[in-house]
Structures are given as structure tokens and as C-alpha cells.
Design a protein around this ligand. Structure first.
Ligand code: 5GP
Length: 190
């Protein structure tokens, strides 16, 4: 029997983090594999929770050792990579695996794993104005960074057409978005 890998993606500020926190509770038997990143931990982030925080040198030697299922440079400077061993082992054991990746991650994984084993769920806001409001509320951000996020949003919305599911996370309707993603996964793993 083989399990399924659910890839959660979407623009920053779209509510992915909240959805994943909900899925951890809703699917206690699912595997939430840890990825590697070269970015520095943010306040409150613990090593080994969502990421292994490693140096670029270590990341590159892990690439050479073939440890990643996929890896990508995200936002033009940091490396991110999903580890092959824990994901492949979990899928072979028939487990449900849930991981947030960027769109490059989805594209790479689709070339490696059989299509029936990979489900992509794109989470987004209704419009750029809507997303911008949330981003600005969350942290101080420069005009330049905002322009960069807008360009990424447009690229990602284009990519959403290639995803298996698109879920709109509307302001004030977080529980609805969480439940919709949960429903999609339940229906996929029957
Ligand atoms: P953050 O640094 O905010 O946690 O994540 C930044 C971006 O990196 C997000 O778009 C996230 O989806 C992506 N990301 C996180 N882990 C991985 C991974 O293992 N592989 C890829 N390709 N992207 C990832």
C-alpha cells in the first residue's frame, strides 16, 4: 500500500501556517516531515519543529549526498529542501504526508513521484488588495518588499491553475478554510 503526499502552497500571508496547524490536530497519524533551510530561525521557531536550520555549506553537501527529494532557492537567497528518506519511508508505509513547499517544490516532486501519490492544495486570498492588507498588518515591510510580494502573488496565482485544489482563505473565515482543506484530505485518503 502506498500513502499520499499533500503539498500545501500559496502566497505568504495566505493562511498556510494556520491551515497546517489545524491539519496537525485533525490528522494526528499523518507525518509532517521536517525540511532543511539556510534561513535564520525567526522568534519562537524551534530547531527540528518545521525546519532543520543549517548552513549553506551543509545544505550543499546534503545536495551532493542526494538527501533531498527536491530543493529550491526561495525568494532569491535561501535554500529550502524536503528530505527524501522520511517522506519516501512514510509513503511506503502507507501514511499520509503533509508538507508546505513553494511552487518549485511542487513542480520537482511531480516529476519524481507518481501523480496518484501527490496532491497539491493551493491556499490564497481573493485578491492582492486583500492579501496586502494582511501582510502589512503582520509586520513592517518596505515598499520594495511589497512590490516583490505582489509580483510573486501574480506568478503564484497563475500557477494555482495547475494545482489539484484551490482554497480561498477569506478574512474572518479561517475555520472555513481549515475545514475545507481537512475535507479535501479526508476525501483523498479514503
Ligand atoms: P518560510 O521561510 O516563510 O518558512 O518559507 C518560505 C517559503 O519556502 C514558503 O513559500 C514555503 O512554502 C517554502 N518552503 C518551505 N519548506 C520548503 C521545502 O522543503 N521545499 C521547498 N521547495 N520550499 C519550501
Amino acid at each position: 500500500m502506498s500513502g499520499k503526499l499533500f503539498l500545501i502552497l500559496g502566497p505568504s500571508g495566505s493562511g498556510k501556517g494556520t491551515v497546517i496547524a489545524h491539519l496537525r490536530e485533525a490528522f494526528p497519524d499523518a507525518v509532517f516531515p521536517i525540511s532543511c533551510t539556510t534561513r535564520t530561525p525567526r522568534q519562537g521557531e524551534k530547531e527540528g519543529d518545521v525546519y532543520h536550520f543549517i548552513t549553506k555549506e551543509e545544505f550543499k553537501s546534503r545536495i551532493e549526498r542526494g538527501e533531498f527529494l527536491e530543493w529550491a532557492i526561495v525568494h532569491s537567497d535561501n535554500y529550502y529542501g524536503t528530505l527524501k528518506a522520511p517522506i519516501v519511508q512514510a509513503l511506503e508505509a502507507g501514511k499520509t504526508v503533509i508538507r508546505e513547499v513553494d511552487m518549485q517544490g511542487v513542480q520537482s516532486i511531480r516529476k519524481i513521484l507518481p501523480p496518484e501519490q501527490v496532491v497539491s492544495i493551493f491556499i490564497t486570498a481573493r485578491s492582492w488588495e486583500n492579501l496586502k492588507e494582511r501582510i502589512v498588518k503582520r509586520a513592517t515591510i518596505s515598499e520594495e518588499e511589497l512590490a516583490h510580494r505582489k509580483a510573486s502573488f501574480e506568478r503564484e496565482m497563475e500557477f494555482s491553475k495547475e494545482c489539484d485544489y484551490v482554497v480561498f482563505s477569506e478574512d474572518g473565515k479561517i475555520p472555513e478554510a481549515n475545514e475545507e482543506v481537512e475535507r479535501i484530505i479526508r476525501q483523498e485518503i479514503i
